[in-house]
Design a protein around this ligand. Structure first.
Ligand code: SAM
Length: 145
């Protein structure tokens, strides 16, 4: 049976990542406020790493919604070495399969995965689809889009 979000929050350190308890509470609070106001839409995370935050966002997705995630995965190092200064311990050699395995520990199906650089996302196609976006990808100016 799928673990509850409370169970996930107790276990989240079993997934590598940077999600702080306070940030998780803020995201859940925003989701709660949006639900109360009947705001609907998809959720997006740019920069998933091993999935610590994406798994949390997966608990916010309603039946009519989807979670879309974007990451360069193992390609990152080859693309932008300047990113590595602060991110290296977290994603060096990150494989998409590691993200997927972590996600499937808590959810029955994977989110929509865009494997590539965030600035290459088709903005026109995805514009106005999302009610909640978590940006945690590149910090480098040319790619921070
Ligand atoms: C700080 S980590 C994300 C942490 C993650 N949200 C969590 O919950 O632990 C940054 C991630 O951004 C990805 N990344 C770096 N540059 C990117 C880019 N241009 N487009 C998409 N993802 C990128 C890296 O591969 C890495 O997985």
């Amino acid at each position: 049976m799928k673990p509850t979000v409370a169970e996930y929050l107790r276990q989240k350190e079993t997934v590598r990542g940077r999600l702080q308890d306070i940030d998780a509470r803020v995201m859940l609070a925003i989701d709660g406020l949006q639900r109360a106001a009947a705001v609907s839409g998809d959720l997006l995370e740019i920069g998933v790493s091993y999935g610590q935050t994406a798994i949390l966002l997966g608990y916010c997705v309603q039946a009519s919604e989807r979670l879309v995630v974007c990451d360069t995965f193992a390609e990152t190092k080859a693309f932008y070495s300047e990113n590595l200064a602060d991110d290296a311990p977290h994603h060096q050699g990150l494989q998409r399969s590691e993200f997927e395995q972590n996600y499937l520990r808590f959810h029955p199906t994977l989110p929509n995965i865009i494997a590539g650089r965030s600035h290459e996302i088709d903005r026109d196609r995805l514009a106005a689809h999302f009610r909640l976006i978590h940006l945690a990808g590149s910090h480098a100016a040319p790619t921070r889009r």
